[in-house]
Design a protein around this ligand. Structure first.
Ligand SMILES: Cc1ncc(COP(=O)(O)O)c(C=O)c1O
Length: 388
């Protein structure tokens, strides 16, 4: 390469799945059958009324123009009503809801809007890799905090408070947690808000799995006073099967959202109107939608548990979210294990190390394939284990 990339980009790793999918594509080009259970990309369709609305809207004459940077007022209203109905959180749709073109993008927007060069950001280990990468891209320093099985994968706030927190400006959290499936409690969220207030840390809670295999859904913003120190991201990707549509939202106090708007309005030019109108329909779906969706995931999870059993992994059958997180038998490390499984069975699952060192003894299997595919994968795994 004649022209060097920026230092900012040179220091950032490309996304593990982006690299692995390339490798998988080469195997497939060579005639290899691969079952990909690595990525949490919902395979089920969105609700029929959502699809109808998109189709209908796409025929309207004004849908193809640039849209407002803040999203349609009706979409903001729909997000506010969703938060009120589901989480008992009151949000002003005019000022406290900012629709986003995907919540992953929002992680970068928030980081660029609040982090100065050298600021420190607390990142969960294991955790979603985008938190650390976005921090680095913004010039910040990711400081990982441990999540451990023995603490139900919740941060130890007492230990954190004992650490030197100078220059720590932000903290990322995500419950129901990805990859572990752990849930937070209201009590923990209360302690978290006090911790953030005491240390002047902006909490960024990422909540895309709230409604997947989780009955006690919780928003960090439901804690009194939370809006002073916390932002929340949500997404239509997982709970409405709309990952490719790229719709999410940032929820929180007007003053914080206005800062993010400054960055975002220089990054994108609004969301396609047809998608916004269809997203409104999704947000208005009745409880029946969530019940049916979770029935499917429950059935799938039984087969994934069987895969974990066949692989001699232990797991928490009370965990939520779109994945099963399993602990490998002692002496095995996730990277080598996953590569060997892919090579010898054609089944791809996610190695825990990609979520940080705290995940290196674990694997993650997504619930995003039909029962038949999961059964095939299970059969291949059992056959492989029987061969020794
Ligand atoms: C924890 C977590 N946050 C955010 C996202 C991104 O979701 P979206 O599709 O809204 O960008 C994902 C996607 O896998 C995720 O696992």
């Amino acid at each position: 390469m004649i022209i060097k990339p920026s230092n900012r980009i040179a220091d950032v790793q490309s996304y593990y799945f982006a690299r692995k999918l390339k490798e998988i594509a080469v195997l497939q080009d060579n005639g290899r059958k691969i079952i990909n259970l690595g990525i949490g990309s919902p395979d089920l369709p969105p609700a029929p009324e959502v699809l109808d609305e998109l189709q209908k809207a796409s025929m309207e004459p004004d849908v193809n123009r640039y849209q407002s940077y803040r999203g349609l007022p009706a979409l903001r209203q729909a997000f506010a009503e969703w938060y009120d109905r589901k989480f008992q959180v009151t949000l002003d749709p005019l000022t406290e809801v900012l629709p986003l073109i995907g919540s992953k993008e929002g992680i970068v927007h928030i980081s660029m809007s609040f982090i100065n060069e050298g600021d420190k950001v607390l990142i969960p280990n294991p955790g979603y890799p985008a938190y650390a990468t976005a921090t680095q891209l913004a010039g910040g320093i990711p400081i990982s905090y441990d999540l451990q099985e023995k603490n139900h994968w919740l941060p130890d706030l007492i230990k954190l408070a004992d650490q030197d927190l100078t220059n720590v400006k932000m903290m990322w959290l995500n419950y129901p947690n990805m990859p572990t499936g752990a849930r937070a409690t209201k009590d923990f969220f209360q302690q978290l808000i006090s911790f953030a207030r005491e240390h002047s840390i902006l909490l960024c809670h990422d909540n895309p799995y709230a409604f997947i295999l989780n009955e006690n859904y919780l928003s960090l913003l439901s804690i009194p006073g939370a809006k002073d120190v916390a932002l929340e991201l949500n997404s239509l990707s997982k709970c409405f099967n709309m990952a490719g549509w790229r719709v999410g939202a940032l929820l929180g106090a007007e003053t914080y959202l206005n800062e993010v708007m400054k960055f975002k309005s220089n990054m994108d030019s609004g969301m396609y109107k047809g998608i916004q109108l269809a997203a409104i329909k999704a947000l208005q779906l009745s409880d029946e939608w969530y019940i049916e969706l979770n029935k499917t995931y429950q059935e799938r999870r039984v087969l994934v548990w069987k895969m974990m059993d066949a692989l001699s992994c232990t797991y928490n059958d009370q965990a939520g979210g779109l994945f099963v997180w399993g602990k490998l038998p002692k002496t095995m490390k996730s990277e080598g294990f996953v590569d060997r499984l892919l090579k010898e069975t054609g089944v791809f699952i996610a190695p825990g190390f990609i979520f940080g060192s705290g995940g290196s003894d674990y694997i993650r299997i997504a619930l995003c394939s039909p029962l038949k595919t999961l059964q095939n994968a299970l059969d291949l795994i059992i056959e492989w284990k029987n061969k020794g």
